[in-house]
Design a protein around this ligand. Structure first.
Ligand SMILES: Nc1ncnc2[nH]cnc12
Ligand SMILES: [Zn+2]
Length: 322
């Protein structure tokens, strides 16, 4: 029974967590037509490329610092009500620039929302600055330089997301070196749309403590062993993987195989309403469809908090709540 279990999430894109009802309210506020990407109250897309287009169109519905506070407060309050005690949100300074308020106001808004949710529910939140792979290495370096300035105390990590099939991981080593040298936690999207090679490249060139997805590593037994030996934590999103067709269904998903091979795995929602899921549903599916015991699932939550990009006192406080 996972409903009342404590939960933690390391991999959720904040704009990708926008409830369609909130998207509709924002669209009304700004007089934006959403019929191209919201149909019958659901986000509409067919493949990863059109998912990114819907994602970007939704992201553009948030235009003021207060909008971002509302978005973060709404999502964090929702998952706290489902038992989440910790959340890391993937946030893009490029998006703050795209809507014209700049990265600082964008991050301040998200942090304000996180603070409101914490005051109401106790949920602890951190923000991960993300570089967008299909914007190219130079723009990702700029995102890393922004994060390296440590512009907000809640910003504790750096990630790379976007179109995994563009460029090579090696093209982004400078961005990750800048982020790592600034003391930020390092994670990277790999092994989702591209195969095992992209996970190996991530380990070789970026040396992350975590990988967003990483699940295609299952195609290479030696790589699975390497992940287990090195203790790299995978931020696995089964609902996202099935929705995007990375695996055809939950029964074919390698979460059980990775877990039983000793790889440290966690449960995450990625872009929950886009993939018709939620953090609570990921926990429920892990239990009722993938057959994980309550103890195994609690272990995944523990792993998430052990791998969280937080200070030690906060980590200990969170571990004490498990
Ligand atoms: N699943 C995903 N993969 C890569 N980039 C993303 N941005 C938002 N969701 C993503
Ligand atoms: Zn993701």
């Amino acid at each position: 029974m996972t409903k009342t279990m404590p939960k933690a999430e390391l991999h959720c894109h904040i704009e990708g967590a926008t409830p369609p009802a909130l998207a509709a309210a924002q669209a009304k506020r700004y007089g934006i037509d959403t019929s191209a990407f919201i149909k019958d109250g659901q986000y509409s897309w067919q493949d990863f490329t059109s998912f990114v287009q819907s994602y970007d169109a939704t992201a553009n519905l948030f235009r003021r610092e207060e909008d971002y506070a509302l978005l973060a407060e709404t999502y964090l309050t929702e998952i706290a009500a489902a038992g989440a005690i910790y959340s890391e949100l993937i946030a893009s300074p490029d998006q703050g620039d795209a809507v014209g308020i700049g990265a600082d106001a964008y991050m301040r808004g998200l942090a304000e929302g996180a603070e409101r949710a914490r005051a109401k529910t106790g949920i602890e939140t951190r923000l991960l600055v993300v570089g967008i792979r299909h914007f190219g290495p130079e723009r990702v370096v700029k995102a890393a330089e922004y994060a390296a300035r440590r512009p907000h105390p809640l910003i504790t990590g750096f990630n790379l997301a976007g179109e995994e099939r563009m460029h090579r991981v090696a093209d982004f080593t400078r961005a990750f070196d800048i982020a790592r040298d600034a003391g930020l936690g390092i994670t990277i999207h790999a092994g989702e749309l591209s195969g095992a090679f992209s996970v190996r490249d991530a380990l070789d060139h970026v040396r992350p403590s975590r990988i967003s997805h990483g699940v295609r590593a299952i195609e290479d037994a030696d790589l699975v062993k390497r992940l287990a030996d090195e203790g790299t934590v995978l931020e696995v999103c089964p609902g996202s993987n099935v929705a995007l067709g990375v695996f055809k269904d939950f029964q074919s998903h390698p979460l059980r195989a990775l877990h039983d091979a000793g790889v440290r795995v966690t449960l995450n929602s990625d872009d929950p309403p886009f993939f018709h899921t939620s953090l609570a549903r990921e926990y429920e599916v892990a239990s009722t469809v993938m057959g994980f015991s309550d103890a195994e699932i609690l272990g995944m939550t523990r792993t998430a908090i052990e791998a969280a990009f937080v200070d030690e006192p906060t980590r200990q406080k969170l571990l004490a709540r498990l």
